[in-house]
Design a protein around this ligand. Structure first.
Ligand code: DHB
Ligand code: FE
Length: 278
């Protein structure tokens, strides 16, 4: 049977792609952030996933503000990178795990999550940047299943609904016949706000609390409304919903393997959190 073997949550910021393309690994601004991934690289070598199921948010590439599903799943055979306006050159195409994606969709439907099912699905910086940070320069051997959450336009799903979505995905993965080693990823966040009077807002204390509670106390998030999250973490801080869904998709008991913070990365509190079943 398939198994969830870990969770890897990572910030996504388009300018990281620019720094990778410009090979700014030793640039004083970027070096601490890139160095923060060395322990992740070592961990991933031992973990050796065969599938990545990623919770992320599209930024206007597949869905724009006029038609924005709350939840969508990719069931495509392959995922091509498209630049949504940041001048990011394509990194690489990912092979989809169609069979697992359809199985997850089926289980979500039984649990009354009516997903938009995408047989074609382009990927933006919310996928390519974390992938390139975690597997630099490598065409990964794992297959990929993307799950898209609306974190950008109200009404966004509540934290508790994202937790439930994740839990159904976990049960679906663990009821999938073939012996896959599944790494769950959540991208984006943590706190940031790109527009308006609070542009540049970062809340280091709340971010730390989020990472602390994600390890083994996901219930903590249930008390927050979407408005609370915007107030605390900034309007794009809602991307923490991807982190919550990813944690929901893991076994109940997890242990922390690694955590890293670099503030700021562009306008965002750059964060990494790695967990493994305990
Ligand atoms: C930034 C962060 C994001 O999450 C994003 O989608 C775009 C830009 C930033 O900090 O610049
Ligand atoms: Fe984003």
């Amino acid at each position: 049977m398939a198994k969830v073997i870990g969770m890897l949550n990572v910030t996504h910021v388009p300018s990281i792609a620019g720094a990778i393309q410009g090979k700014k690994y030793d640039d004083p601004y970027w070096k601490p952030w890139f160095d923060g991934f060395h322990p992740v690289h070592d961990w991933l070598k031992t973990l050796n996933p065969t599938v990545v199921v990623m919770f992320h948010n599209d930024h206007g590439l597949n869905f724009f503000l006029d038609k924005l599903p709350t939840f969508a799943i990719g069931v495509a055979p392959k995922y091509d990178v498209a630049d949504e306006g940041w001048n990011i050159n394509p990194f690489r195409t990912f092979a989809g795990h169609e069979e697992l994606a359809w199985h997850i969709r089926e289980e979500l439907h039984k649990a009354e999550f009516d997903m938009v099912v995408c047989q074609e699905y382009l990927i933006d910086h919310s996928v390519t940047v974390p992938m390139e940070l975690c597997w630099p320069g490598v065409t990964p051997s794992f297959k990929f299943v993307p799950i898209n959450l609306n974190t950008i336009l109200f009404p966004v799903p509540t934290a508790s609904r994202c937790e439930k979505l994740g839990k159904v995905v976990h049960a679906a993965i663990e009821s999938f016949g073939p012996n896959e080693r599944v790494l769950v990823m959540g991208t984006g966040g943590l706190s940031h706000q790109l527009e308006g009077k609070r542009a540049g807002h970062i809340n280091k204390k709340f971010d730390k609390e989020c990472s602390d509670h994600l390890v083994n106390d996901i219930e903590w998030f249930r008390k927050f409304t979407s408005e609370d999250i915007v107030e605390l973490a900034g309007s794009q801080g809602l991307e923490v919903l991807n982190w919550i869904a990813a944690r929901g998709a893991c076994p109940a008991k997890m242990k922390e393997i690694y955590r890293f913070t670099k503030i700021p990365i562009s306008n965002t509190a750059g964060n990494i959190l790695c967990l493994e079943p305990s």
